[in-house]
Design a protein around this ligand. Structure first.
Ligand SMILES: [Zn+2]
Ligand SMILES: [Zn+2]
Length: 385
């Protein structure tokens, strides 16, 4: 016989006596029924045999003063009035964060407390507690190198979250003990106060809305039934993520309860800047220093590319400073498989340490172009307004 038997079987009914029956009354009822259903008197009658076992079990409990008391207590505690706090779905974590779902869900098949409550809750009471529940969505962040963000990578993410205490399986009670129904609120988790003409309902102070009190708290969680736990998962970050982007990894969040699906994991990605390249969507950007002579006369310049050999960009004669050239297919791979481009912007370098030959060449250039005033047009246009 287990606690579950106590909750599921009505021994008084089995013997046909009232709950207040005196021991002599119980004994008489048992004798009468035992004679009637005894296997010797009902050879081959399986239902009589079943009934005989039932009667014997009932009598073995009700005839023993101590066991009868235990039976009565178990049934009055959990058999009838045990209720989940109203207006608070289990699992929402309110009222001090206690989660009744953890008790009912965390221990299935272990024959412990889950069994005890399971017996009560599986018998046609509200099904909200028993329904599979989806795990919570979890949010975390990670920092990637510039290259990993472009190419995609797998990162180890350490996720920390609150869950049932592993020591007491969320009951909050020390091993070998179980919480008892809160005597103050009769297990409802709510207490009512009358304020003049109307009453208000608030979380029970005795049990902080939990409906249960723990006499011997679990040393690991000091009775709260909750514990922080962490796990590490390997998360695949797709190619082409940008700094600040939030990636959803379906099913990588908190595990579901009672067979429910896991929640989703959201990863906020930070990307370290690259010393040379920048990003503009799927395009890579790079500034390339060029000389005044290269822009004026035209040139073929070598430009670095991300993860590959340098590429050659042809600069036509007379290219203005700051012009951007596009190198096709040298950017970031998009989701659809296409690739962005590399945008090369020329940036003229002004020499500061000229040798004498270069200096005289530039001086010659100045003399040769003395008739061209580069600000002539500017001054003209300024007068127009
Ligand atoms: Zn604990
Ligand atoms: Zn209470």
């Amino acid at each position: 016989m287990s606690t579950k038997d106590y909750l599921e079987k009505d021994y008084y009914k089995a013997l046909g006596v009232s709950k207040t029956a005196k021991p002599a009354e119980i004994k008489a009822a048992y004798r009468k029924l035992a004679r009637k259903y005894h296997p010797d008197a009902n050879k081959g009658d399986a239902s009589a045999e079943e009934r005989f076992k039932e009667i014997s079990e009932a009598y073995s409990v009700l005839s023993d003063e101590k066991r009868r008391k235990e039976y009565d207590e178990a049934r009055s505690l959990f058999g009838g009035g045990f209720r989940v706090p109203t207006g608070q779905r289990p699992g929402q974590g309110g009222f001090g964060g206690f989660d009744l779902g953890d008790i009912f869900g965390g221990q299935e098949g272990s024959g412990g407390l889950g069994d005890l409550f399971g017996g009560v809750f599986n018998r046609g009471r509200t099904t909200a507690q028993n329904r599979a529940r989806r795990g919570a969505d979890v949010e975390t962040e990670t920092t990637l190198t510039f290259g990993d963000a472009i190419d995609g990578t797998t990162v180890a993410l350490r996720l920390t979250g609150e869950g049932p205490c592993p020591t007491c399986h969320g009951t909050g009670a020390k091993a070998g003990t179980v919480p008892r129904m809160c005597p103050s609120c009769q297990g409802t988790g709510q207490s009512s106060r009358n304020l003049g003409t109307f009453g208000i309902s608030e979380p029970c102070k005795e049990c902080r809305g939990r409906g249960l009190v723990v006499d011997d708290p679990c040393p690991a969680c000091t009775g709260s039934g909750r514990a922080m736990s962490s796990r590490t998962i390997q998360a695949r970050i797709p190619a082409g993520v940008a700094d600040g982007q939030r990636i959803k990894l379906a099913g990588k969040g908190a595990p579901g309860e009672r067979g429910g699906p896991a929640g989703d994991l959201y990863v906020r990605v930070h990307v370290k800047p690259h010393p040379v390249f920048g990003r503009s969507g799927a395009n890579l950007t790079v500034n390339v220093p060029v000389s005044f002579a290269e822009l004026t006369l035209g040139a073929e310049v070598k430009v670095p590319s991300h993860r590959g050999a340098p590429v050659t960009v042809r600069i036509p004669p007379g290219t203005p400073n700051g012009r951007t050239f596009m190198v096709r297919g040298k950017g970031v791979r998009r989701k659809d498989g296409t690739t962005g481009n590399m945008l090369v912007t020329v940036d003229v370098m002004v020499p500061t340490d000229l040798n004498s030959k270069a200096r005289s060449a530039i001086e010659e250039l100045r003399e040769a172009t003395a008739g061209q005033d580069p600000r002539e047009e500017l001054l003209e246009r300024a007068k127009e307004a």
